[in-house]
Design a protein around this ligand. Structure first.
Ligand code: BG6
Length: 508
């Protein structure tokens, strides 16, 4: 099955007005690996206005040194621009270095002086991107506020906050209060890069642009929903952060719960930021709260041990650089949610994510109930249940698993799969391009609102509390998804745990 139209990614996209794009953390990893490559592409295709400038607050380095850091970062990821000297030189002309550091008040005054109207635009528009450790978010907001850079009197002022947004409910509430003391909610863009993924946005289109979905999309037809994000990567030199975060905070509280809200929400009254977010927050409010005594039976935590992925030996998590040898931080987490509303009562939502699993794959599996009896062979068991699988990455698309007659002189049936590839979204759209463009356009639809972030922390808080005093943890070998507790977590779900990326036709 093929799509009727080719990707028309930029056809009806509006170019934003010129903007002062300020990056805090201008020499950091996120800037080198994601922001600069995205900005280069966005300038190339007109998503960022050509008169825009990229301002970095950079400490103790000259502009030449900063440019070299960015160039080396791009060379590491093999970005084409490093081979095109003219293009690179043109790009570096857009870079403005403001000397200073995050903790120094005068740096913010220098920044304020550097923000000008650009091109024909009379406004001093500015977007402030916080690609810095979370402990600085509040202080940067304050610094900007003190020098008048939160005021929109002379142009828009928008602040972009990266994940993690707090480490629990208390810190999330505190961070929201700090930001909202300076900026109003409309000026704050909390990034969850999953919402910038084309395949994740496409979930909404699959649901709300197809009349055949809605009648089936409820507890009458659906047995369970699973959202699996499986990675082959380990923690990639991020031990300092990951040791404190673990898979529950790193993936479930943010990306997977966001995807869950898109799968479970009611149709919004219109496709605008608040209408969509109003529906998402209703889903979170309907999630049943975990009682401390239920946490064990409704969650799974495990950690990778030494193992093999694609013929390469991978060390155990506890042997990774910077990880404590007796760490019990989970690198795999799963949670079984119940959404107590009319649509979903009684349908478990199993969210699972882990590192060093056999495959890199993210998918949403909608598992339908079985037919009431076997019309074709009263002595045989019921045909297997249908499943609709939304593959988010790497090769995004839909798979419908359906029963068909086994060829030959038999009334038996077998499962066949109908595949509808969407697009290789890894190649076409980087989530950061989509999201930065949205910030420049002032569209908050794909960003989390304060109440959503707080609510998702409130939901998982009892799990964090129950897990914080853990003294041991189950282990799985790197490269394997043998996690026995997953069988228990999904024992009453039709077909059990849909292991990420496994060829399930073998099972049925
Ligand atoms: C990040 C997590 O937010 O998402 C990482 O901190 C994780 O641990 C990454 O690897 C996964 O993103 P993607 O886009 O590769 O699925």
């Amino acid at each position: 099955m093929t799509r009727q139209t080719e990707s028309t990614r930029f056809n009806d996209v509006k170019a934003a007005d010129p903007s002062n794009i300020v990056i805090f953390g201008a020499t950091g990893d996120l800037t080198k690996r994601k922001l600069i490559p995205s900005l280069i592409r966005m300038l190339d295709c007109g998503l960022v206005h050509k008169d825009s400038r990229i301002i970095g607050l950079v400490n103790k380095r000259t502009k030449e040194e900063w440019i070299k850091i960015l160039f080396d970062g791009l060379s590491e990821i093999c970005h084409n621009i490093t081979k095109d000297h003219q293009k690179w030189a043109a790009f570096t002309e857009k870079l403005i270095l403001v000397p200073g550091d995050l903790g120094d008040e005068e740096s913010y005054s220098r920044l304020a002086e550097a923000i000008h109207p650009l091109g024909n635009c009379k406004q001093k528009n500015a977007m402030f991107y916080c690609a810095i450790p979370p402990a600085w978010y509040g202080k940067v907001a304050q610094g900007l506020g003190k020098v008048g850079l939160a005021s929109e009197a002379e142009g828009y002022r928008r602040i972009v906050i990266e994940k993690p947004f707090g480490m629990n409910l208390e810190t999330s509430l505190a961070l929201n209060a700090e930001l909202q003391a300076v900026f109003n909610e409309k000026q704050i863009y909390r990034i969850d890069h999953y919402l910038g993924k084309e395949s994740v946005q496409n979930l909404l289109v699959y649901r709300f642009a197809n009349g055949i979905m809605e009648p089936l999309w409820n507890r009458n037809y659906i047995d369970n929903v699973q959202i699996n994000v499986s990675e082959t990567l380990g923690i990639e030199y991020r031990a300092q952060y990951y040791e404190k975060a673990g898979a529950l905070r790193d993936m479930i509280q943010s990306h997977l719960m966001q995807v869950m809200t898109l799968v479970a929400m009611e149709p919004p009254v219109e496709f605008t930021a608040n209408a969509v977010r109003d529906e998402k927050i209703k889903v979170l409010r309907a999630v049943r709260r975990f009682k401390p005594e239920d946490v064990d039976s409704l969650t799974v935590a495990a950690q990778y041990a030494k193992g093999i992925i694609r013929d390469e030996i991978k060390p155990a998590y506890v042997a990774e650089e910077g990880v404590s040898p007796d760490s019990v931080t989970e690198t795999f987490a799963a949670v079984r949610f119940q959404i107590d509303n009319w649509r979903w009562q009684g349908v478990p939502f199993i969210l699972a994510s882990g590192k060093r699993l056999p495959n890199r794959v993210s998918e949403v599996i909608i598992r339908f109930k079985k037919p009431p009896f076997n019309l074709f062979n009263e002595h045989a068991s019921l045909p297997t249940s249908n499943a609709l699988i939304f593959r988010l990455q790497p090769d995004s698309g839909i798979v419908l698993r359906i029963n068909a007659k086994k060829p030959g002189l038999t009334t038996d049936n077998e499962v066949m799969e109908m595949h509808a590839p969407y697009a290789n979204t890894d190649a076409v759209a980087d989530a950061y391009e989509v999201l930065m463009h949205d910030v420049l356009m002032g569209d908050g639809t794909l960003f989390s609102r304060a109440d959503e972030v707080n609510e998702s922390w409130a939901i998982i808080e009892p799990i964090l509390n129950a897990w914080k005093d853990r003294v041991s943890i189950d282990r799985y070998p790197a490269g394997s998804d043998e996690i026995p507790a997953m069988e228990a977590l999904t024992k009453d779900c039709l077909c059990g745990w849909y292991r990420p990326g496994k060829d399930h036709l073998d099972d049925e």
